[in-house]
Design a protein around this ligand. Structure first.
Ligand SMILES: Nc1ncnc2c1ncn2[C@@H]1O[C@H](COP(=O)(O)OP(=O)(O)OP(=O)(O)O)[C@@H](O)[C@H]1O
Ligand SMILES: [Mg+2]
Length: 387
């Protein structure tokens, strides 16, 4: 099978050794002379292209197995990388071409070609080649699996994004609804407060005036006087109750004197009713600022809820209220020295939830700092209030 092996070695034993090595490898190996004619090929190489070594020897390897591209268009000799490489006296390695079998079929091949030198002169080339159908198939399957995976990831991401958008939209809608309901509730409260004030308040005042008039004209009958005094006291209590209810519904001081006076009076009232020591600390800069009707009523309701929570849950002895400016932000802090609590990551109870929603609707943030045994601090920050 070696046509011109004396170019490789003149030594018979050495030739034998080489022959054994060539026949033992699974790779195809052939040699060509400068005209591209096969000067040797091993069994494995010949079998890969469907020949016996003897059938290949002396034939142009390019026209035999490397004549066309994978798409069957002809590959002219001057384009053949094997030729080009050994003419330029350098080695190459290629894995993107096909080799052709005797039966006209082709297979994807990887081949390497290196020039055979006799001293300084290149006398041919030795080519090793392999059928890489399996490797290509595995690579293709891998690529397909990868593409499939990417497609699934894209689809899944799109689904998740859509679901997330949907959730965000319904969340925003709920938030708007909650803010709207709060506005409506405050409107209704104002309405009811006005009706109570105008109807019930006016009637009670009239009743008191009439009773007083009557008392002045009563004779000396002590039983009648006692009765009338009793009636006057009842109407006085009723007036007190109406005032309290009106204040709960819509603190008049909020409308007339503003948020800070209303909060101070709320705290004074709370101190009287709860017996806790309360302090109110509001800087002059804050006292001068008005926030608008909706924001003021929202902050007032939040403060009411904070104080209600203190009296219901904290078992505290002190409450400190502080309002100050921090850069352009308004900072409200209510601190109690009570039993504290474990703060939930997301509030689920309606008091805390309402406070948070009202704050968010104002564009602010609410932070509750507390732990069991360490009191509670509610910090509300409204950004950009001060110029
Ligand atoms: N200042 C506080 N000190 C200790 N625990 C508190 C304080 N404020 C709130 N909590 C705890 O947080 C919980 C949630 O408060 P939240 O105001 O949301 O609900 P609530 O007061 O129980 O009911 P409501 O819906 O009537 O307000 C309370 O049940 C209480 O355990
Ligand atoms: Mg509460």
């Amino acid at each position: 099978m070696f046509a011109d092996l004396h170019n490789l070695s003149h030594h018979a034993a050495w030739r034998r050794q080489l022959e054994m090595i060539l026949e033992s490898t699974g790779e195809g190996i052939y040699g060509i002379d400068l005209k591209g004619r096969c000067i040797f090929i091993n069994e494995a190489g010949a079998a890969l292209v469907g020949y016996t070594p003897d059938e290949v020897l002396g034939r142009s390897m390019h026209y035999l197995i490397h004549h066309s591209h994978a798409d069957q268009t002809l590959m002219p000799v001057h384009e053949c990388q094997i030729y080009r490489a050994f003419r330029e006296g350098r080695g190459i390695r290629v894995d993107g071409e096909v080799l052709w079998r005797r039966d006209g079929s082709s297979f994807p091949a990887e081949y390497a070609s290196y020039p055979i030198r006799d001293g300084e002169t290149v006398v041919g080339a030795v080519v090793t080649f392999n059928d890489i159908t399996e490797r290509k198939r595995t690579a293709r399957l891998l690529q397909e699996a990868h593409d499939q995976l990417e497609k699934r990831v894209r689809e899944r991401t799109a689904e998740l994004t859509a679901a997330h958008d949907g959730l965000r939209q319904s969340h925003e809608a709920l938030r708007r609804l909650s803010a709207h309901l709060n506005t409506i509730r405050e409107e209704e409260r104002r309405h009811i407060a006005r009706d109570i004030h105008d109807d019930l308040g006016a009637s009670l005042t009239a009743l008191q005036l009439e009773s007083t008039w009557l008392r002045q004209r009563l004779g000396d009958d002590p039983a009648l006087r006692d009765k009338l005094d009793g009636m006057l006291e009842i109407s006085h209590h009723a007036m007190e109750a109406v005032r309290r209810i009106l204040n709960d519904l819509r603190p008049g001081v909020l409308d007339h004197l503003g948020l800070w006076a209303a909060l101070e009076s709320l705290l004074l009232d709370f101190q009287k009713r709860s017996g806790l020591r309360c302090s109110f600390d509001c800087t002059p800069e804050v006292e001068r600022c008005r926030l608008g009707r909706d924001a003021e009523i929202a902050l007032y309701r939040i403060a009411q809820e904070v104080l209600t929570n203190v009296s219901r849950h904290a078992m505290a002895s002190r409450v400190e209220f502080e309002a100050r400016a921090e850069h352009r932000d308004l900072l409200l802090t209510v601190t109690d020295d009570g039993q504290g609590m474990r703060v939930p990551g997301q509030p689920t109870s309606f008091g805390l939830l309402g406070m948070r929603e009202r704050t968010l609707a104002l564009g602010g943030s609410l932070n509750i700092v507390s732990s069991p045994g360490a009191g509670t601090r509610v910090v509300l920050r409204l950004p950009g209030v001060f110029a």
